[in-house]
Write a protein of this length. Structure first.
Length: 279
């Protein structure tokens, strides 16, 4: 993937750690010039410094993307450092646990402000730059947008809104040459959603077993998808959601109770493939 993004100028939000840093690192390795956003200047600079240590270009663009004026400043800082923008990756987000009735109003409001309004603010702020470059937007959503969990009600709702916005921007800004797509990760290690489970081996093991590929995803899995959507390999793809979940979102029926007779037809390993001799 070394030259897939050669020279492209890309801003990634929430990129000091986890999925965001994985994306920033991967697109940098693919040749992009990167601006890294995080809430604090120190965290953004540390991440940028780490990438620069590998001989690649990276700049810090700190700020609170959930505040309209701050989001605009983040975009302008990145555009100034990079000389414009070819891509925007909206990764910044938070998780607050609880249902609608148990989540404090301030937590609900904060989740929607960061996860949804922040994405809208960043896109709106970047419009002039992305129009000039006929650029690309990649929004990081979640399988929780389509598969709600009772433990993260506000998070699921906010990510569903991100998917809707992604599609809307594809329609609204497509005539400007701007593409808008979303990546919906499943269970990815090193995130707020999985860190707690990672501390309990039996929980982590059980979690892996419900994924058809039998493993938790890595930030690099999401990052590779982002490289593809930001590159010229996907120039006719817009308004789409790319699931990066190891098949978890399509395995709902695996959890339906079965009789012993039904269960004997299950296969823990794929069947052997018989290769026919063409002669």
């Amino acid at each position: 993937m070394t030259e897939l993004l050669d020279g492209k100028r890309i801003l990634v939000t929430g990129a000091a750690r986890g999925i965001g840093f994985g994306i920033a690192s991967a697109i940098s390795e693919a040749g992009a010039r990167v601006a890294i956003n995080d809430l604090t200047a120190a965290a953004a600079e540390d991440a940028a410094s780490s990438i620069r240590a590998s001989g690649r270009e990276a700049h810090a663009a700190p700020g609170d993307i959930s505040v309209r004026n701050d989001a605009s400043k983040v975009v302008e800082q990145a555009a100034e450092d990079l000389g414009g923008l070819d891509g925007l990756v909206n990764n910044a987000g938070i998780v607050r646990f609880g249902t609608l009735d148990t989540t404090p109003d301030e937590d609900w409001d904060e989740t929607l402000r960061v996860n949804f309004a922040g994405v809208a603010y960043m896109c709106k702020s970047a419009l002039v730059h992305l129009t000039e470059s006929r650029g690309t937007i990649v929004n990081i959503a979640s399988i929780a947008a389509d598969q709600p969990s009772i433990t993260v009600g506000s998070y699921s709702a906010s990510k569903a809104a991100v998917l809707s916005l992604t599609r809307q921007l594809a329609v609204d800004w497509g005539p400007l040459g701007i593409r808008s797509n979303a990546i919906s990760p499943g269970l990815i290690s090193g995130t707020e959603m999985t860190n707690l489970a990672d501390q309990h081996s039996e929980v982590a093991s059980g979690r892996d077993q419900i994924v058809p590929l039998r493993r938790t995803g890595r930030p690099s899995d999401v990052a590779n998808a982002a490289v593809f959507l930001l590159s010229d390999l996907s120039t006719y793809i817009t308004g789409q959601q790319l699931l990066v979940d190891g098949g978890l979102s399509v395995s709902l029926l695996e959890f339906v109770p079965r009789t012993d007779e039904q269960d004997r037809h299950r296969q823990s390993d794929p069947p052997a493939v018989k290769v026919m001799n063409p002669d």
